[in-house]
Design a protein around this ligand. Sequence first.
Ligand code: B12
Length: 462
Amino acid sequence: MRILFVYPDINVKGGALSYHIGIGSLSAVLKKAGHETALQYLYGDYNISPLINKIKQFNPELIAVTTVSFQYKYIRRMLSEIKQFRLFTICGGPHVSLAPWELERSEGLDAVCIGEGEYPLLELVNNLQNGDDITKIQNVWVKKDGQIFTNPNRPLIAELDSLPFGDRELFSYQEVINSDYDRAIFMCSRGCPYSCAYCCNSGLRKLQDGRYVRFRSIDNVLAEIKEVVSKYKVKSVYLNDDVFTEDYKYVSDFCRKFKSEINYPFEINTRVEFMTEDMVSNLKDAGCYRVAMGIEQGDEDFRKKILNRRMSNEKIEKAFILVKNAGIKTKSFNIVGFPFETYDIHMETVNINRKVQPNSLVVYIFEPYPGTPLYDMCIKNNFIKEDSGERDFISRTDTTLDMPQFSRKQILNCYRNFAWRVYWKKSLKKALLHKAYYSKYGEFLIRLLSPFKKIVQKFAMD
Ligand code: B12
């Protein structure tokens, strides 16, 4: 059967194309079973002409769309615009997994997949091909003649090594690498051991039985990395796991083998709790050049009560110092505009970043995701309305919350001035570059400077 995947990545900040690990895995499983797949990557402004052309050219029998919450307004529009082709359509991914009611509300949508999609999608495709019943597939809800058929979910995939490597050929993968600073992205694990109140992991972990955090074997990950770096021109590797360092033994074995068998510069995401001297020295020895850690909010009490993040400020400061002292660059993730946050509480995020002086930082405006405790908090307190997310703007650069104690104007102001406030006393150059990036004209500047973006990045991150 011919399956056309759609990766909507509309109005996102930063100007880099990305590989979608979930679609890569779904496509690899379908291809292995003998099906034919293609991809339509929707990037930039909303424009579905490339999708219409692809449908005409590839003549798919099924359209398979991945969803995050911000993209869903575009996806709903897109589904109703391609309804004319009368193709079977299914959505999967974190948004519909936690908001499966979208099936009922979305014209032109025939099914949603809840949770991990490899085997549910394969079963759906096989059943459609063979003319078998499609209303009883675990994890798949189907809309047929106006009726919704719901189904229970199967357990999580226990052995990640049993899956084929992701299908990067589906993407113009060299182009993706080039646009993302010559990095190739991988994941050694699925799931996250924590349940931060704003993150989908808090809801996704409840959907399917089985162990939520699972690691692939080191040999399996290294074999995939070797295959990718031999096929494509890659300068560095990004291990984009939610938390790469959960298991010390895994990390130390990984680092040893990675250094002897691959030896590329690499970067990871982690939590401050795991940054011990031994962990950091293993990472450094293996060629880790950057560690990204979430601070998200700098007020210890607020962070614990509202965000369910229980690390102390002291732990955060120590972790950043430890990593920096080892000669590894640090990057902090930060969010502004949480429910019940105030200007003063936000300034604690500025203060802690000022203290730790990460080599680079990222700041976002809070986006409420259905299925998370903070989304429910927003609804309960009337901070968001049903259609709050429908307005057009670049993802996570504006707020959809309407709160008496922290106005939209204040939130935007805090967002735009955040990096400036963190850096201006220490590095005017870095402060100015970040100020421009986060200004009203940031996205325009990114597009304008995109041919020189590697040089700009070097300046901004030192
Ligand atoms: C790696 C990652 C990225 C990478 C790569 C993108 C990707 N998804 O591969 C990058 C950095 C590019 C990225 C970008 C963004 N991300 Co991100 N990202 C992640 C992260 C850490 C892991 C995702 C992953 O690869 N998991 C492993 C794969 C195998 O799982 P998966 O992608 O979920 O796919 C499986 C199922 O969901 C399902 N499935 C998915 N799509 C489909 C489609 C069909 C038809 C079917 C049947 C099944 C199906 O089957 C797949 C295989 O089992 C998650 C956190 C998490 N733990 O999920 C956040 C996460 C997905 N990201 C998130 C966000 C918000 C974003 C951005 C919007 C941020 C931004 N403003 O730029 C963009 C949006 C990109 C987009 N248009 O989709 C949110 C989404 C929340 C939400 N409800 O919207 C998450 C959940 C984190 C969070 N805060 O909760 N991200």
